[in-house]
Ligand binder design. Structure first.
Ligand code: SAH
Length: 277
């Protein structure tokens, strides 16, 4: 099913318009913008344009700070705390109802553990899907940035597993770790640790070790693609021993073909099976 732009009453709604086309509410567009790994130079051109064109910008304060240099004085900036995601979406909906052009920023890509799904769920509950014009602008996900820091560790099938049990029961996470390690995926771990969750990474490692050799290459990347980036290349048995593991860290555990050479972690794509390399 294709989204029909003309279903929205967007034609009489520009950046500055407030309300009402012939009595009906004129909703302003909401654009979900992925801001990438955190350094402004990794914003896409489309993300930059969306941010420049909006009149209201909404986001977690850390993400808004990261892009503060490109924001204009007259743009309304709504800073929120980390766990205020629902309030952020409600603020965006209210501003859209005032006819304002709104951007919600979300780190990495907004559709990967980000704000896009929550906004759509809320709009669905409020019967506003199809009424508010929406756009989704891709951002560079953190696992791409982390992978680029060490060459090519994700050259074959992979999966991302978040260790945060705030919204997903821990038993589900355990099941995914078990199945992923049995299936020889490259396994990417998000949210390995936070101030409150300190033991999950060790618990996850123990599950992986049931199916994967303890000397399997693994990399830990903190603040990928940011000026303070730090990388450690190690093996599965040691992933929980480093102080750089935090909320801003991604861990990549190779599959059975992954090897390390100098600063590079390389997962084989399979060319060697087919061609003489
Ligand atoms: N939407 C994001 C993911 C949000 S979940 C994306 O597209 O990637 C938050 C997790 O992403 C963090 O706990 C961390 O594991 C990872 N992450 C985000 N930014 C990162 C960075 N610059 N370096 C390393 N990991 C990062």
């Amino acid at each position: 099913m294709q989204k029909k732009e003309n279903e929205y009453n967007d034609s009489c709604c520009d950046m500055t318009s407030d309300l009402d086309c012939a009595g009906a509410t004129t909703y302003g567009r909401i654009t979900l913008v992925g801001t990438g790994p955190g350094d402004i130079k990794h914003l896409t051109k489309a993300a930059t344009e969306a941010i420049e064109e909006c009149s209201v910008i909404i986001g977690y304060s850390t993400y808004l700070k990261q892009i503060s240099a490109m924001l204009r004085e007259e743009q309304e900036k709504l800073h929120f705390n980390m766990k205020d995601e629902i309030t952020r979406c409600e603020a965006a909906i209210n501003k859209s109802m005032e006819g304002k052009r709104v951007v919600i920023v979300s780190g990495g890509d907004a559709g990967i553990y980000g704000m896009s799904g929550l906004l759509l769920e809320l709009l669905e509950k409020k019967s506003l899907i199809g009424k508010i014009p929406l756009d989704f602008v891709p951002g560079v996900p953190a696992f791409c940035s982390a992978a680029c820091s060490m060459g090519a560790p994700i050259m074959n099938d992979f999966c991302v597993i978040s260790l945060s049990n705030l919204l997903t029961p821990w038993e589900e996470i355990e099941k995914r770790l078990d199945f992923a390690s049995k299936a020889d995926f490259v396994i990417i771990i998000y949210n390995p640790k936070s101030a409150k969750r300190k033991d999950e990474l060790t618990a996850a490692k123990e599950i992986l070790l049931k199916n994967i050799s303890k000397i399997r290459p693994a990399a830990i990347v903190k603040a990928a693609s940011r000026p303070d980036e730090e990388i450690v290349i190690t093996t599965l048995e040691h992933i929980d021993e480093f102080s750089l593991v935090s909320m801003n860290t991604t861990i990549i555990i190779g599959n059975s073909t992954t090897f390390v050479k100098d600063f590079y972690m390389i997962t084989k794509r399979g060319y060697g099976n087919k061609y003489q390399l």
